[in-house]
Design a protein around this ligand. Structure first.
Ligand code: PRX
Length: 655
């Protein structure tokens, strides 16, 4: 679509009001906003009644900035809320997951009753291994049902899961295990990727060389490949589960029992162990799931196409949907495992009614052509969602037309690992939608856009996105680092949570997210810090200095561009550097993850620095995005940046 055509489209249809049919049947009614705004705490307390409490909470919020306690005197078990209570209510035969393998034709259907049996067995098995309340357990698993079973079994015991995305390297895994002192690891022999096994266990073995406190490893057999085995430490999942009983009596824990740790990139090289507790987090997940996905629990088949290794998977594949008793599709593979129309086949086969995914995937599917979705029956779809990065209007319009057939509301949901659940979104049936806008805070959530002084900006203006009141799903902190927690989120604007995102209000007062304002990049919806990648690069023996920026990219939203100076003799410097560039890319991939592999590495004799020695990333971003350079007068040597721009034109190898 040309710019002019797109502009015309946006002009003609700036906002899409809900259809009368959708509005008439929607879960939420317009009064939800006024009711929640009139007394947010009372409203959230009412939402907490969606859960089954062992002891009902009498308190709603105890708030001593930045420390929150939600439903503090309530007692609850997350696993009971996700499985037992549905079985007890006679819904044991309802499907919890249609698990769809990477390999076409392979699938598993798991009912709530079956899930309960699996969770109870796993809880018994983990107890036998010595897992106790408060223990941290690293989970390094692909998208298989055992991942969910592991999380729920640990939650059932009051143990804390720290799920590490299976695409992360051994180094990344070991640093996360060490940071929260995990004593157990649950993994698999490997993952399936487009029909080919991709080993996981070797990364665990490598990681554990520097993690002496890990006492047991549990290994799910997924690919059937050979694995290295450490007797006395390693246990096959099936061997452990086989003798266990399907009965397990749950204990109940305080609402503020830590449920999970999820590492996410900040602005330094060290990822932050964001932790969430139980009652507030579950309340946030189940309530947002109910309203935003307009959940019709008896008929819906929902598909959150994300990985459980990220917060989206935690909140909207595991805790929100299961607490609500929903039926989902859980897909193991890549969008093109078995062919580029795999997604459309899955939607048609299972009658998926609600689809939730990231803009980067939408852009990829869009590139593969309109005829692929057109070739399948997608008429079961009723609602579409996006998350993880700003969605460009072109992708939004494509999604609406080619996937939703102009008939499905699109919920563009803004939130973060730290927020636990969705914070800003249209509400289907109530809010109009605009291509690229998150529109409005969820009921009971207070967001604002403020200027440098923390003053609310007017309509038509931009600034920093903040939350002005606590909310149930908010992180309770950075594991083991309360000072960093305060400094990162609560110090910039007194009394407000600083999200790190830029945002603007349009002339109607609706909210548009503009991307990160710090050194955090967003690559295909994955968060990575520039310093983390720089750290990996300077860890290579040939690298003297590195500066990394996120440059805009048509498919991945942002892509990593690295500017590197080398430690080279004159003779080495005269050689063809293409093999070294490739080696550096592989080095980053191995040190962090393939998602961190720079799109482009520019070798340069120097980096642009201010007189105080700070690398001018802003200028490098301009260079990487081929923009006219901004103010260069503060540089020690203004010619450096022009030289780099020249190198980028001539040398930059892209793929
Ligand atoms: O920059 C925002 C972007 O993703 C960041 C949070 O990343 P993470 O913690 O990995 O969680 C991603 C899934 C919830 C935010 O600070 N982001 C998330 N959703 C949106 C978004 N940017 C624009 N629009 C969104 N809908």
């Amino acid at each position: 679509m040309t710019e002019a055509k797109l502009e015309a489209l946006l002009q003609e249809s700036r906002a899409f009001p809900p259809t009368a049919e959708f509005a008439a049947q929607a879960n939420a009614q317009p009064s939800i906003y006024t009711e929640a705004a009139a007394d947010p705490l009372a409203w959230w307390h009412k939402q907490a009644e969606r859960l089954t409490w062992h002891t009902e909470p009498t308190s709603t919020l105890e708030w001593d900035l930045p420390n929150a306690k939600w439903f503090g005197d309530g007692m609850i078990n997350a696993s009971v809320n996700c499985v037992d209570r549905h079985v007890a209510a006679g819904r044991g035969d309802k499907v919890a997951y249609h698990w769809v393998s990477d390999i076409e034709g392979e699938s598993r259907t798991i009912t709530y009753a079956q899930l309960l049996d699996m969770v109870c067995k796993a809880a018994n098995a983990f107890t036998q291994l010595g897992v106790k309340q408060g223990d941290r357990v690293a989970v390094y698993l692909p998208m298989i049902p055992e991942t969910v079973v592991t999380m729920l079994a640990l939650a059932r015991l009051g143990a804390i899961h720290s799920v590490v995305f299976a695409g992360f390297s051994a180094d990344a895994l070991s640093s996360r295990i060490l940071d929260s002192d995990c004593r157990f690891v649950v993994t698999a022999d490997g993952a399936m990727r487009r029909g080919t096994p991709s080993p996981l266990k070797p990364a665990v073995d490598e990681a554990l060389q520097s993690c002496p406190n890990v006492q047991s490893v549990v290994v799910v057999k997924r690919t059937g490949g050979d694995v290295n085995w450490v007797e006395g430490r390693d246990n096959w999942w099936d061997d452990l589960m086989a003798p266990q009983s399907t009965e397990h009596t749950p204990e109940y824990f305080p609402s503020e029992q830590t449920l999970l740790i999820m590492y996410t990139s900040g602005t330094t090289a060290k990822p932050k162990g964001i932790f969430h507790t139980t009652g507030g987090y579950l309340t946030h997940c189940i309530t947002t799931y109910h309203y935003i996905f307009d959940l019709k629990v008896d008929t819906d088949v929902l598909w959150t196409a994300a990985d459980i290794g990220w917060i989206t998977g935690h909140s909207y594949i595991v805790y929100g949907p299961l607490a609500a008793g929903a039926t989902q599709v859980m897909y193991e593979g890549l969008p093109d495992s078995g062919g580029r129309d795999r997604w459309w086949k899955i939607i048609a086969q299972y009658g998926v009614s609600k689809l939730y995914t990231a803009p980067t995937t939408i852009r990829t599917l869009m590139k593969w052509g309109d005829d692929l979705p057109a070739g399948h029956d997608l008429s079961s779809l009723k609602l579409l969602g996006t998350v993880g990065e700003p969605i460009n209007p072109e992708a939004w319009m494509w999604y609406r037309k080619n996937v939703g057939h102009d008939n499905c509301p699109i919920v563009d949901t803004w939130w973060q690992t730290e927020t636990g659940g969705i914070m800003a979104t249209p509400l289907p049936g109530i809010t109009a939608t605009k291509p690229g806008a998150a529109m409005t805070p969820f009921p009971g959530i207070s967001l604002d856009v403020v200027d440098n002084e923390g003053q609310s900006v007017g309509n038509g203006e931009g600034g920093y996105l903040v939350a002005t009141a606590p909310w149930p799903g908010m992180t309770r902190g950075i594991y083991g680092d309360p000072e960093r927690f305060f400094a990162t989120y609560w110090a910039r604007f007194p009394g407000m949570y600083f999200a790190g995102d830029g945002a603007k209000r349009d002339d109607d007062g609706d909210l548009w997210l503009l991307g990160r304002i710090d050194d955090v990049m967003n690559i295909s919806g994955h968060r990575l810090s520039t310093t983390e990648v720089e750290h990996a690069l300077v860890g290579h023996p040939m690298v003297a200095e590195a500066a990394v920026v996120g440059a805009s990219d048509d498919t991945t939203g942002q892509a990593i561009v690295a500017f590197v100076t080398l430690k080279l003799s004159a003779e080495e410097a005269s050689k063809d550097q293409a093999p070294l560039i490739e080696e550096l890319r592989q080095h980053v991939s191995h040190t962090i993850s393939p998602i961190a592999k720079p799109r482009q590495i520019i070798l340069t004799p120097d980096l642009p620095k201010t007189r105080s020695g700070k690398i001018m990333r802003r200028l490098l971003r301009d260079v990487a995005e081929h923009r006219t350079l901004g103010d260069v007068t503060t540089l020690t040597d203004p010619t450096v940046v022009n030289m780099i721009a020249g190198l980028l034109e001539t040398e930059g190898a892209e793929d």
